[in-house]
Design a protein around this ligand. Structure first.
Ligand SMILES: Cc1cc2nc3c(=O)[nH]c(=O)nc-3n(C[C@H](O)[C@H](O)[C@H](O)COP(=O)(O)O)c2cc1C
Length: 180
């Protein structure tokens, strides 16, 4: 079984990157081969059908290939203005245009860290809705963490007990669903 994990933030010190790393480790401990993507390595222009006609960017083709090959995809998504980050929306729009139905293969797990106590509850709802509309299977349990500065220790380890419990449940659920 193999998994792809990504973060909707490429900010230095991103809390969502820390959550991505945490879930990646939990999946590895369960025997899953995990590819931890850094979206900074896949620079893409803001999506336009004109660019698509001129020629599909290599990064979009490679991301599409990775999504098609994955049994599990975990997305750590910040919340921007009660929605998603432009980076994540742009990435998913490019992926949606790739061959092989990139959202139809894996089971998707969602999580997010924000600076507020309400965490990413609204943003993750948008993300789940969008993924459902493109026929992706999403695990019902998600991981909502906030405020980010209280949830991780100085080494970047997740220390929020509720988040840890949910991350454990999600890792188990992703493997259970992917095995079906
Ligand atoms: C443009 C922008 C909009 C934001 N909007 C929200 C929001 O709607 N809700 C929220 O909880 N946090 C919001 N935040 C704060 C982010 O949750 C916080 O910056 C978080 O740490 C971003 O994730 P990262 O640490 O992975 O980069 C916003 C931040 C930015 C830059």
């Amino acid at each position: 079984m193999n998994a792809l994990t990504l973060s909707g933030s490429i900010r230095k010190g991103s809390y969502n990157r820390l959550l991505q790393r945490d879930v990646s480790e939990r999946l590895r401990r369960r025997g899953v081969a995990v590819t931890e993507l850094d979206l900074a390595d896949y620079p893409l222009p803001v999506f336009s059908e004109d660019i698509e006609v001129e020629g599909m960017p290599d990064a979009a083709v490679e991301l599409g290939r990775l999504f098609v090959a994955a049994d599990i995809v975990f997305i750590a998504s910040p919340e921007y203005n009660a929605g998603l980050t432009p980076l994540l929306v742009n990435t998913l729009d490019w992926v949606s245009r790739q061959k092989g139905r990139p959202f139809r293969h894996a089971v998707f797990g969602l999580g997010g860290v924000s600076s507020g106590k309400l965490s990413t509850v609204v943003g993750l709802s948008h993300l789940r809705d969008m993924l459902t509309k493109v026929m992706a299977l999403t695990a019902a349990i998600d991981i909502r963490v906030g405020p980010g500065e209280e949830a991780f220790d100085t080494q970047g380890q997740l220390i929020d007990e509720t988040a840890i419990t949910r991350a454990e449940l999600l890792a188990d659920e992703l493997i259970r669903l992917a095995a079906k």
